[in-house]
Design a protein around this ligand. Structure first.
Ligand SMILES: O=P(O)(O)OC[C@H]1O[C@H](OP(=O)(O)OP(=O)(O)O)[C@H](O)[C@@H]1O
Ligand SMILES: O=c1cc[nH]c(=O)[nH]1
Ligand SMILES: [Mg+2]
Length: 209
């Protein structure tokens, strides 16, 4: 059964308000997405395994904990997912980064895959799949299909804003994928945009359109 986590941390909610704001320009938008991705990564890595090691402090020898070295992979869904990668790498710099290129056909709203490049040891890694927006869910479902087809077994999906329709579709299609969201919005409009949302995440990140 999928777990859906909504991160209601005040810092995340505060920054998300400015991300939504139509008056926030590209530079600030990019910085804020980067910061929220770091804060979400802090929450999402809570269950990373630790191991005990010996350490010598200036006072005495002690037993203390370090990360057990689980292999992680971050996979942004292009384009907009790229905006979240550096923020996550700030906290887990040893993670490898794969890329899945998908765009949503504006007429059918169906995802079209155009690029996939993943670390060679896919089946040994746990993956965090990232995209700022989960709208109909088509892109996330297709990206998880693509990861699983290549051997990924343990996948988390992380996004800034989700529509209820997308959460339902993704959790039904992939009940083993936990979903991490900064805000669960109201609905989709007739063009498949999240309401209230933030508009087109890729365009706002990269200054296109
Ligand atoms: O849940 P869905 O209905 O599939 O919609 C969400 C997708 O739409 C956006 O990408 P877009 O197609 O705009 O591509 P882009 O990132 O290149 O702008 C967004 O970044 C998601 O990938
Ligand atoms: O609201 C939406 C929906 C899909 N993709 C976006 O970038 N924004
Ligand atoms: Mg876009």
């Amino acid at each position: 059964m999928t777990k859906v986590h909504v991160f209601d941390h005040p810092l995340i909610q505060h920054k998300l308000t400015y991300i939504r704001d139509i008056n926030t320009g590209t530079k600030e938008f990019r910085e804020l997405v980067d910061e929220v991705a770091t804060l979400m990564a802090y929450e999402i890595t809570r269950d990373l395994p630790l191991k005990e090691v010996e350490v010598e402090t200036p006072v005495c020898k002690a037993t203390s904990k370090i990360l057990a070295g689980k292999k992680l992979g971050i996979v942004p869904i292009l384009r907009a997912g790229i905006g979240m990668v550096d923020g996550i790498l700030n906290l887990i710099p040893a993670a490898k980064v794969g890329h899945i290129g998908l765009y949503r056909d504006p007429e059918t709203l169906l995802p079209i895959e155009y690029y996939v490049k993943l670390p060679s040891d896919v089946s040994e890694r746990d993956f965090i799949l990232v995209d700022p927006m989960l709208a109909t869910g088509g892109s996330a479902i297709e990206a998880v299909n693509s990861l699983k087809k290549r051997g990924a077994k343990n996948i988390k999906f992380m996004c800034l804003i989700a529509a209820p329709e997308g959460v339902k579709a993704l959790t039904e299609a992939h009940p083993d994928v936990d979903v991490y969201i900064a805000a669960l919005d109201e609905k989709l409009d007739e063009k498949g945009y999240i309401v209230p949302g933030l508009g087109d995440a890729g365009d706002r990140l990269f200054g296109t359109k």
